[in-house]
Design a binder for this molecule. Structure first.
Ligand SMILES: [Zn+2]
Length: 151
């Protein structure tokens, strides 16, 4: 079979797919996520129409989101107050962790309904209304785990 090569991200050796001989990234989920987010970032940079689509879907999502919470507050007037807000923040954080563990969140099909959230503020935007839209949590560049070893 073909020669193995090392993954662009984790540097581990892998066998390229016979269907994708140009493959540079291994099949581990974290490497595939990095490949997709890099692709997305490069395409935003290089493709003005794509970048405009992304901005439009972000704006639509923010509007739908604001409307959702306005209705929620109207229908749940008892939900105000500091303690409940703090509890909601904790719930939200836990849901985002669950979401991040769920590969569905990273299933990046290029559909009009798709939403991209950028940076650390994404957690606050996402809240708990995942039913409104697909959500992709976009890691800030250079953050956290998964960096290539320095050697
Ligand atoms: Zn890899």
């Amino acid at each position: 079979m073909g020669l193995s090569r090392s993954c662009r991200y984790c540097q581990q050796a892998f066998q390229p797919s016979i269907y994708r001989p140009e493959q540079r990234v291994c099949s581990q989920p974290q490497c595939q996520r990095r490949r997709r987010s890099d692709y997305h970032r490069e395409r935003i940079r290089d493709d003005p129409a794509y970048a405009a689509d992304v901005r439009l879907s972000q704006r639509k999502w923010r509007q739908a989101h604001a409307e959702y919470w306005k209705q929620y507050r109207e229908q749940h007037p008892e939900s105000g107050g500091r303690n409940r807000e703090q509890q909601r923040r904790r719930d939200r954080k836990r849901r985002l962790v669950d979401l991040a563990k769920n590969n569905l969140a990273f299933d990046l099909k290029h559909e009009a309904s798709e939403v991209w959230l950028f940076g650390p503020g994404a957690a606050d935007l996402a809240k708990n209304n995942l039913a409104l839209a697909k959500v992709f949590i976009y890691q800030p560049v250079g953050s956290g785990q998964g960096q290539a070893p320095a050697s």
